[in-house]
Design a protein around this ligand. Structure first.
Ligand code: SF4
Length: 317
């Protein structure tokens, strides 16, 4: 039955399967967490840390919550090294390097290499418009690629920049190099207009997972992009079930904002010279404060791993 250990074990293969402790597992092959006991379990340690290297990006997406128009906040490479070193005591840990656009960040390769050597399970979250700067580290990390359009017009409407050809070239290149690629699509109330086109577009590509996430409050153009409510999420789930795609799908939830407090830590660059970083929005000044903030945001873990939020290829409607 879906949600029982026997059900999800069928997806667990080879060395990609990592126990994170407390009955929580990470399937690197498709970048998914799951748990034997689901609902009321507490992680009591961080499971996933997203480090936003900087705000700079070459796109201007209408629902962006990362880029604020200034490109001003950034980590120095030494600051990131210190944070990764400090957090290594929570290993195993999933580490997401994002931005802004991380593949534009000058020290990305060396930071990723260091993180891999430290033992993190690494994910690079990219708009993939800048070729394949991480080719030499192929298969040692997961590329999490944002899909914004299935042709030039739809891409331009969403991103405000005419980089569709660069995206297609980069996407094809990382797949032909053998990178592990998962895809994500952020949806709003107009998902009917573009999700079918995007699903048609990606059916030819060997992606390992698709995450469909709800629009977050706080996007730059929130009037144009309304988050999905419960009924719309159910409607979208039914649509995806009918498609029967051959990779796991993480479905959007109406309260996706809450997940940020459930074992998922987001570390933003400092906005002033004083703070070391922001942990889930709170400024921290010292390594000790960093640890306190990370622990405080790691103990609630409800609803994170329920299999009901995942749609697997063989799942019946
Ligand atoms: S690619 Fe990401 S960071 Fe860049 S504008 Fe789009 S949503 Fe924002």
């Amino acid at each position: 039955m879906i949600g029982e250990p026997q059900y999800w074990r069928q997806f667990v293969r080879g060395t990609f399967f990592k126990p994170f402790g407390n009955g929580v597992y990470y399937l690197r092959e498709c970048d998914l967490f799951f748990s034997e006991t689901t609902q009321n379990q507490k992680a009591e340690k961080p499971l996933s840390v997203c480090v936003k290297l900087w705000e700079k990006c070459n796109l201007r997406c209408r629902v962006c919550v990362a880029w604020n128009g200034k490109d001003s906040r950034r980590f120095l490479a030494e600051g990131i090294s210190r944070i990764l070193e400090a957090l290594s005591e929570y290993a195993p840990l999933r580490l997401v390097l994002s931005g802004g656009e991380p593949t534009l960040y000058p020290n990305l390769h060396e930071i990723l290499q260091m993180a891999l050597e430290t033992g993190y399970s690494c994910v690079v979250s990219s708009n993939l418009t800048c070729g394949d700067p991480l080719r030499s580290l192929c298969r040692s990390f997961v590329y999490d690629v944002s899909l914004y359009g299935y042709d030039r017009d739809s891409y331009l409407r969403y991103t405000g920049r005419d980089l569709y050809d660069d995206f297609v070239r980069s996407f094809e290149s990382v797949l032909s190099s053998g990178h592990i690629v998962v895809a994500n699509i952020r949806v709003d109330h107009r998902w009917h207009d573009y999700l079918p086109g995007l699903m048609k577009w990606i059916e030819d590509f060997p992606v390992r997972k698709l995450r469909i996430s709800n629009t977050l409050p706080g996007g730059r153009n929130i009037d144009a992009a309304k988050p999905l409510g419960s009924r719309e999420c159910e409607e979208l789930a039914a649509y995806m079930r009918d498609l029967r795609v051959d990779f796991p799908v993480v479905l959007p939830t109406p309260e996706s904002r809450r997940r940020i407090h459930s074992g998922y830590i987001v570390i933003d660059p400092p906005s002033t010279g004083q703070a070391v970083a922001h942990v889930n929005g709170c400024p921290v000044q010292t390594t000790q404060e960093l640890h306190l903030a990370v622990r405080a945001h790691s103990v609630q873990n409800r609803n994170l791993f329920t299999m009901q939020n995942y749609l697997w290829p063989s799942q019946e409607a």
